[in-house]
Design a protein around this ligand. Structure first.
Ligand SMILES: Cc1cc2nc3c(=O)[nH]c(=O)nc-3n(C[C@H](O)[C@H](O)[C@H](O)COP(=O)(O)OP(=O)(O)OC[C@H]3O[C@@H](n4cnc5c(N)ncnc54)[C@H](O)[C@@H]3O)c2cc1C
Length: 471
């Protein structure tokens, strides 16, 4: 399918010469030579080890990142920036001939500004550490996702991660006020703005958010904090069809306490409710959608459980939902989230995951068209849909009896053709990386791709930053 781009920097240096140059510039404390690199630095999430990088650099400062890139620019040596390696588009692994630059040692909270409600963090800081620091200072951080313990702030910014609170606080882009990045030639671009308003010329930080390490290496960020949320209240509802899901969403989004609104199509709920050991499903997986709703309030003295219960009673009376279960313990709430996270799906043979977006109102029709297109080609396919409905994001899990590269490509094309026909996006929140590179044109116009190439050429003329990814 995709191959390493031949127009990228050559990477034709003698690997030993690269190692020696890195060791001479940075020292053995920062550089691990190829043979000694632990396989976790060249294994994509949940995958077997791939290509061994020429070297691993683990900087301790912005200056170390700058010196590494300045040297790589001189040597035309390709570099793969790496965070927590939880990305789902294989963007953080080497394809052959690169060095890997892991940000794991450049971690930590630098400061919290309570008056401005901001936190300044280093790129290698795990997301969960930022959430914990925010809570300790009396705030909430706006982004949450399942990989919170391992993914890094730099990685979540580089992929513009979304997650389960996007309907309340927006995606990662909406959390970033300021950013520092190191450019391909080693220049440190410090744009550590701390204000909500700053219209002094181009907003340069946007270049790096969501660019998956292809335009610069993110080193530090100033992030927004939100008022502290009280204990969440969680419920699962049974809803007749997608139109009813939409009516329920319409009702719920008017309530300021809503944090998450996650829909599971009938096939998904049926599967996870019968294949997740140790979890008590709130209702049997018959026909109908399951919707997980979470409320949390920042109003002092507010009670999210009471508000949610009252809302559900209203919705039952109005006939918007057929059944509802309000979690009365942390265990019940966790079980509901475990079902929604759908780990049971990962056990399906030859599973291929998709992460697409369309306007919320069109997701029901999309799922029907997509499943019909898949079944026309593979009648016995297992195919499930679930997602963050409020932000138009649906995940699709497809399991075929057998799978090779040609079938995987045909499967991708079948799904992305429907996305393209309905004017959606082939990547809602996981990015393009390597996996979706061949399909970028399903979502972006020729003019958009040409401008992306122009930006890439301007910022990284030798194509040493994450070659073979995105473009
Ligand atoms: C269980 C699980 C649940 C998830 N749930 C969600 C979800 O709900 N929503 C969602 O959006 N995503 C989700 N993800 C995927 C998500 O994209 C990643 O978890 C996260 O955003 C990537 O961070 P990372 O530090 O692991 O980056 P990596 O995987 O290491 O890298 C990802 C990309 O960013 C680049 N990169 C990393 N660090 C830097 C840096 N400092 N500067 C420049 N480029 C960099 C890499 O080159 C690569 O292209 C989930 C993943 C898992 C495993």
């Amino acid at each position: 399918m995709q191959t390493h781009d031949s127009t990228a920097a050559s990477g034709e240096q003698d690997p030993l010469a690269i190692e020696s140059a890195l060791l001479a510039e940075l020292g053995a404390e920062l550089v691990t030579t190829s043979a000694d690199i632990d396989p976790r630095y060249f294994s994509a999430y949940n995958e077997a080890p791939g290509r061994r990088p020429l070297a691993l650099v683990r900087p301790r400062s912005v200056g170390d990142v700058s010196r590494t890139l300045a040297l790589c620019a001189r040597l035309r040596q390709p570099v793969v920036p790496q965070g927590g390696l939880t990305g789902l588009a294989r963007g953080g692994v080497a394809l052959g001939g690169e060095i890997v630059l892991s940000m794991e040692r450049f971690a930590g909270i630098e400061s919290v500004d309570a008056a401005a409600a901001t936190i300044t963090v280093r790129a290698g800081t795990p997301l969960q550490a930022v959430q914990d620091a925010a809570a300790a200072a009396g705030f909430t951080f706006g982004v949450d996702l399942g990989a919170r313990g391992s993914c890094q702030i730099g990685g979540t910014i580089a992929t513009n991660a979304g997650g389960t609170r996007a309907i309340r606080y927006g995606v990662m882009r909406e959390q970033v006020l300021g950013l520092e990045a190191v450019l391909a030639d080693g220049t440190v671009l410090s744009s550590m703005n701390r204000m909500l308003k700053n219209n002094a010329g181009y907003d340069l930080k946007q270049l790096f958010i969501g660019s998956e390490g292809t335009l610069g290496i993110i080193t530090r960020a100033v992030l927004r904090l939100r008022p502290k949320l009280g204990a969440p209240a969680t419920a699962m509802c049974r809803v007749a069809g997608y139109d009813a899901v939409l009516r329920l969403w319409d009702r719920m989004r008017a309530v300021t306490d809503v944090v998450s609104f996650e829909a599971m199509w009938p096939s998904f709920y049926q599967y996870v409710s019968t294949h997740t050991p140790g979890v008590v499903a709130p209702f049997a997986g018959e026909d109908g959608f399951a919707v997980l709703i979470e409320f949390a309030t920042s109003t002092p003295g507010g009670d999210a459980a009471q508000t949610l219960e009252a809302c559900l009673a209203d919705c039952l009376e109005a006939g918007l939902i057929d059944d509802a279960a309000l979690a009365t313990s942390e265990r019940q709430a966790r079980d509901m989230w475990t079902l929604r996270e759908g780990l049971a799906i990962d056990e399906l043979p030859h599973l291929v995951n998709f992460d697409v977006s369309l306007p919320t109102g069109e997701l029901g029709a999309f799922a029907e068209r997509c499943e019909a297109a898949l079944r026309a080609r593979w009648p016995d396919i297992v195919c499930v849909f679930f997602g963050h409905i409020g932000d138009g994001n649906v995940h699709i899990g497809v399991s075929l009896a057998e799978l090779d590269d040609a079938l995987a490509d045909e499967l991708d094309r079948t799904v992305y053709e429907v996305v393209q026909e309905m004017d959606g996006s082939i990547s809602a929140e996981h990015g393009i990386g390597v996996l979706k590179r061949a399909y970028l044109a399903c979502t972006r116009s020729d003019a958009e791709i040409a401008l992306m190439r122009l930006l890439k050429a301007a910022l990284d003329p030798q194509r040493i930053l994450n070659p073979g990814k995105v473009l």
